[in-house]
Design a protein around this ligand. Structure first.
Ligand code: SF4
Ligand code: SF4
Length: 243
């Protein structure tokens, strides 16, 4: 995952999609687990509260001792022009712990697995570093760790969960934009949020069933996130035009 800080998306012409979030086809995906016995971990990110401070990015890198230049989570900043007005959106991104993870399907050694609780993990003792999962992931959520030479990505800070703690990014989020919890528990904060607000996922059309849901995500932007292709290095001035 690249540490991009800013991308520009210009939505041109009157045919641009609505900024409305009133309809949310992803809400059904978010609420389907309620009441089931096994835990189903996931995250809700309220974009209205994210200030783009990158505290989560730093906390994750320190907690998980990520090599310099690599990231398990980033916050990309987009500026969307509409009808002469510029909207700024801070978009935290991480592994979506997909219900149908493309990365699992392509792994030739079964090093990448989806646990019963929903967390997608990599067994470093089995991973051969072939990079197939990196190519398959539509979200640019994985990278080869140059120290271990194996695939690396967000684990929802599994080691912290096992100690009864929240993921480092959630613990550190100053705006409380990142909320982590069990979607099987109807009383969990994530369940209450997805019942209360329309939510969206990134790249719904890929059919991966992300377990990271966003409140306040521009529907047009959610479909246009292309991973590495659309994310430009900070200050590069690269623009992506979406017509
Ligand atoms: S976001 Fe990518 S790495 Fe994470 S589970 Fe989905 S396909 Fe796999
Ligand atoms: S810590 Fe929270 S507010 Fe800051 S960038 Fe990350 S998600 Fe946004």
């Amino acid at each position: 995952m690249n540490s991009s800080r800013r991308s520009f998306i210009k939505l041109l012409g009157g045919a641009a999609a609505s900024f409305s979030i009133l309809k949310s086809p992803d809400s059904a995906q978010a609420t389907q687990f309620a009441g089931k016995s096994e835990a189903k971990w996931g995250m809700v990110i309220d974009l209205r509260k994210c200030i783009g401070c990158q505290a989560c990015t730093v906390a994750c890198s320190i907690e998980n001792q990520i090599p310099v230049g690599k990231f398990r989570t980033i916050v990309s900043t987009y500026e969307i022009e509409r009808y002469g007005t510029t909207h700024r959106i801070n978009l935290p991104r991480l592994c979506n712990h997909c219900e149908k993870p493309a990365c699992v399907q392509v792994c030739p050694t079964q090093a990448t697995k989806k646990r019963k609780d929903g967390i997608v993990v990599v067994d470093n003792s089995v991973c051969v570093g072939c990079g197939y999962c990196i190519q398959a992931c539509p979200y640019e959520a994985r990278f080869i760790n140059p120290l271990t030479r194996t695939a690396d990505k967000c684990t929802f800070c599994l080691h912290r969960l096992e100690a009864g703690l929240y993921p480092a990014c959630v613990e550190t989020c100053v705006g409380e934009a990142r909320v982590f919890g069990n979607f099987n528990d109807p009383n969990s904060k994530v369940s209450r949020l997805v019942s209360q607000y329309p939510v969206q996922v990134l790249k719904r059309a890929m059919g991966t069933g992300p377990m990271v849901f966003y409140i306040g995500l521009d529907e047009t932007l959610s479909g246009q996130i292309k991973g590495e292709a659309v994310i430009s290095p900070a200050g590069s001035g690269v623009e992506e035009e979406v017509v």
